[in-house]
Write a new protein. Structure first.
Length: 109
């Protein structure tokens, strides 16, 4: 159904915006709220742009970018924050991966 990487959601500290891919609007409101809070707090803390992306194999990855020469972006803090989120939100992230693999890639559990 999908080829290549698919963006789930993201937040941008430069434009102060949050984005949720409309293909995922059917997710429960509690999950959408948790994703929004997680992304917005991340960019508030370390700056830059955070995007949660599904790889071709269905793995959910954190992608971070920052404008060149951005003095407010904290590269080390970014890596630490992602590690923290991967630990604290492990159940949510695993469930989102399973959801994508089943409903978008057509895999069986």
């Amino acid at each position: 159904m999908y080829d290549g990487k698919i963006v789930l959601c993201g937040a941008n500290s430069y434009e102060e915006k949050y984005y949720l891919n409309p293909d995922f609007e059917q997710l429960p409101d509690s999950v959408k709220d948790e994703l929004k809070i997680m992304c917005v707090l991340y960019v508030h803390d370390v700056g830059g742009i955070l995007t949660l992306v599904y790889e071709e194999n269905g793995d959910l990855c954190f992608e971070v970018t920052a404008e060149e020469g951005d003095p407010m972006f904290d590269d080390i803090g970014s890596r630490l924050k992602i590690k923290q989120l991967q630990q604290e939100k492990a159940d949510l992230l695993e469930a989102l991966q399973m959801y994508y693999k089943v409903f978008f890639l057509g895999e069986e559990i």
